[in-house]
Structures are given as C-alpha cells and as structure tokens.
Write a protein that binds this ligand. Sequence first.
Ligand code: HEM
Length: 205
Amino acid sequence: MSNLRAEHYPRMSKLRTSTSAVHDQLDKKIMDQSPFASKEHYGLFLRYQYHLMNYVASLYQGDQLALMINNLKSRDRTEQLLADFQDLDMAQPTQIINNAQFNASLHESLGWLYVVEGSKLGAAVLAKEAKKLGLDSAFGARFLSGSGAGRGSHWRQFMQDIESLTLSEQQEQEMLSGAQAAFKFANQLVELSYNQTPNLTTDVA
Ligand code: HEM
C-alpha cells in the first residue's frame, strides 16, 4: 500500500491498518526462527507455509470468489511450494490441520485472501534472503518468487478488485474480520508447525 495513495484505496487501507499490529507480531515470530540461517531452517519455514496454503486451499477454488477477484486460480502458489520441496529433496509435510475445518463466509474469505495474497509482498523481500542460500525462482525458492510476488500488476489488480466490489457496511466488516481471523490463524500456526510431530492432526480453536 505504502507507495500507492491511500485515498484511492480506502478498503485496502483499512485492511492494512487494522492488521498491521498482528502482521508485525507474525513477522517477528517467523524471523525469531531464523528461517534463512540454513537450508534446514528454510525447510521448516517452507513447512509452515505449506500448512498455511493447505488450510486455505479452498479459497482459490471458490467459484463465487472467482467472480470477484481476477485470475483467482492462478494466484495459488501451492504448486511452486511442492516443487520447492522436491528441489530440496524434502518430503511433502504430513498434514497437521484438517483443512475441512476452514470455514469462512464469502466476505470473510475476501479478508483471508487479502492476507494470503498480501504475504507475497513480504515474500518478495524474503526471496532476497533465500538467494543467499543459493535458492531462487528456478530452484528451491519458487514459492517466494512465484505467481506475482511483490508489488507488480497482480497486486495492483487485487487492490482494484477489492475496491470495485459493491459491499454493504456489514459485508465490509466481515471482510475485515476475515483478515483478523486469518492473521490469528497464521500466528497460531507458527507454534503448531514448528512443534510438529509427524502424523499428528490438530484441531485449532
Ligand atoms: C518473516 C515473515 C514476513 C516478513 C519479513 C514480512 C514482511 C512484509 C513486508 C516488508 C511487507 C510490505 C512489502 C511492501 O510494502 O512492498 C509485507 C506485506 C504484507 N504481508 Fe508480510 N511479511 C512476513 C510474513 C507474512 C505472512 C506469513 C503473512 C500472511 C500469512 C503476511 C501478510 C502480509 C500482508 C497481508 C501484507 C500486505 C500489507 C498491505 O496491505 O500493504 N506477511 N510483509
């Protein structure tokens, strides 16, 4: 958002300001795990991303959401993530959370999608760290660099799509609650993922 005038993107601006504290908390929690200290650490970071993408997989398949957000299906980075595990000779993680639990209304889903799509902005920054481990968009860091990572036309299109929706006040409120719920989940997931014992499926509160 920062380099685009907030008055032209009032909804995006609300999404950002209402979640900036939880974002910072999440950013710190992840960085405390030193995700780029070694390939092993990076693998644990990818595992976290996998659990997150896996939980929200249905967002990218939503027919109603696809009418609201352009190129919805192709925004999903799960394929790149799976290819990163292969590059690094790492097994696909065992699922820890049953993604059938994911349950958000259409307008809450917009907020969830904001969080997952917005994470591509941070990913573009993190891709530079991955490069120091010899990983890039062609090997091992496809997820961080893929499908419109950073502030390109994908993100601008997403912002425009959000702004151009006709939403009642209540629907907009649901969207903001969805974004809060997504960050809450992503924060809880750090502990779950980093403490993962194989073959354990957990229910989240
Ligand atoms: C260590 C981990 C992370 C770091 C260092 C980080 C860093 C950043 C940075 C620097 C930006 C702004 C980029 C720019 O202005 O061009 C950003 C944006 C964003 N990040 Fe993160 N991020 C991290 C993890 C995450 C995660 C895991 C999520 C979601 C699950 C997330 C969600 C977002 C969102 C939604 C935005 C967009 C904010 C806006 O509306 O402009 N971030 N992040």
